[in-house]
Design a protein around this ligand. Structure first.
Ligand code: URP
Ligand code: ZN
Ligand code: ZN
Length: 466
């Protein structure tokens, strides 16, 4: 006996059709019209969208950062993701400088083991190529372990930042293997100089986190990393958290030139801004200190346009939550001590649907593409994940396009004492979530067993060319 999701509007990037979806065990057995109910459990999805479970390829769970650790561990973060309609996350294992990548892999597998509520993969954040670049062999070892994407930071000097030579050498290797380099693109050393100037002038409040990280510093880094990719023979590149028009134009230019460059933006850059959210009294705006920072509102329309027009392929969250009361306040004396990051994994689908589809900024098909299908393709999980089709994992969201919801910290599953989207009203929300055939969310509650999520051994991804 399986589960038959009947009469929903089944959406993929290619189109939508009213159909039934038969789930047997962990997989989708059939998608089509008029499937016989037989002895199956029937879910009436008339009037609903039936969409692939969301895939958030940018989260930081249980991550040591800024003198503390992100507030959601693998259990809490993945439960919140599921409640918001996301059935897969890709998190980051961070290589410790002076230690090989294999060690970071073991550490992050141990953090996640037995805790995840949905399936998850890992990127490897590379910080050190080791003596005579000998740890580059770790790249091959990681690909064999199902890690096909490698993150580098061009920001955070002395913590995570790598130099151009490291990027180039890493790209030579990923190019050979067909793996992907994900890039936090900001000019870390120049930003550091600007930060020191601000501090010397007595500017210590949260607003100065944003004002000391100009959009040009992001655009310059995108430009440079694209050049490094060319120098390495055309390595596949994915720019994470593109936050502004200047940086987005660099991605657009690279894609127009036919280079294997892709990118994402995050929900916060689409709906929040310096004008609306920074400069609040009482240290309130420390809640919005993440990197890259919030930008001027004029950047939002170009970013929405880039998502619609496939300049950017993905919307993720960069979910990196810190509590206000005892974590963000570490930076009361200086914005440089505020842990960088914000909560968002629970609200991505709601916000992209409401502010995107409902406001006419993208079609429902594009919504599915940027939240599930393209991430699955780029990160080597398609068609196991990212599509409602026979043979795929039964990661399915029954989405009620009429459901109205107000985002509030008081009712969220994420473990922060605030929401950066507090009071946002959305129309369109999760009704049920299935993860590998199991009903894991109903009535806004997680109904699965903690630890049921599986580590995903990902293959090499596709380049979604311009
Ligand atoms: O502020 C952020 N984004 N924190 C997480 C680390 C990163 O840069 O993605
Ligand atoms: Zn980053
Ligand atoms: Zn991040």
């Amino acid at each position: 006996m399986g589960t038959l999701i009947k009469n929903g509007n089944v959406v993929s990037a290619a189109g939508s059709m009213v159909a039934d979806v038969l789930v047997e065990g962990e997989l989708i057995a059939r998608v089509g019209a008029g499937i016989d109910a037989g002895g199956h459990t029937v879910v009436d999805a008339a009037g609903m969208l039936v969409i692939p479970g969301g895939i958030d390829v940018h989260t930081h769970l249980d991550m040591p950062f800024g003198g503390t650790t992100s507030a959601d561990d693998y259990e809490w973060g993945t439960r919140a993701a599921a409640i918001g309609g996301t059935t897969t996350v890709i998190d980051f294992a961070l290589q410790t400088m002076g230690r090989p990548m294999t060690e970071a892999f073991k550490t992050w597998r141990a953090k996640s083991e037995g805790k995840a509520c949905i399936d998850y993969g890992l990127h490897m954040a590379v910080t050190d190529l080791g003596p005579n670049d000998s740890w580059l062999d770790g790249v091959d070892a990681m690909v064999a372990e199902g890690i096909s994407s490698f993150k580098i930071f061009m920001a955070y000097p002395n913590v995570l930042m790598v130099d151009d030579r490291t990027i180039y050498k890493l790209m030579e290797r990923t190019k050979q293997l067909g793996a992907l380099v994900c890039v936090h693109a900001e000019n870390g050393t120049v930003i550091d100089a600007i930060v020191q100037e601000a501090l010397a002038a007595g500017h210590t409040g949260p607003l100065y986190h944003a004002l000391t990280r100009p959009t040009v510093a992001e655009a310059e880094a995108v430009h440079r990393v694209v050049a490094l990719s060319e120098l390495a023979g055309g390595a596949n590149v994915y720019i994470v958290h593109v936050s502004c028009e200047d940086a987005m134009r660099e991605v657009a230019g690279a894609r127009e030139r036919g280079l294997p460059v892709m990118g994402e933006t995050c929900t916060q850059y689409l709906v929040l801004s310096i004008e609306d959210d920074m400069g609040k009294p009482g240290f309130e705006d420390a809640k919005y200190v993440f990197t890259p920072p919030l930008r001027e509102k004029k950047n939002q329309a170009p970013l929405w346009g880039a998502v619609k027009d496939d300049v950017l392929q993905v919307v993720s969250t960069d979910h990196c939550p810190f509590r206000f009361k005892d974590q963000k306040t570490l930076g009361l004396e200086s914005f440089t001590k505020i842990p960088n990051g914000g909560p968002g994994v629970e609200n991505r689908m709601q916000l992209v649907y409401d502010r995107g589809v409902n406001m006419g900024r993208m079609s429902v098909e594009r919504f599915v593409e940027v939240t599930a299908e393209a991430p699955a393709k780029i990160f080597g999980m398609y068609p196991k994940k990212g599509v409602v089709a026979a043979g795929s994992d039964a990661d399915i969201v029954v989405w009620d396009p009429e459901a109205e919801y107000t985002i509030e910290a008081a009712t969220q599953a994420m473990h922060t004492d605030y929401s950066i989207f507090e009071g946002f009203k959305v129309k369109g929300n999760v009704r049920q979530v299935f993860s590998r055939g199991e009903l894991v969310v109903e009535g806004g509650k997680f109904t699965g067993v903690v630890g049921r999520g599986q580590y995903l051994r990902r293959g090499l991804g596709e380049v979604l060319a311009g």
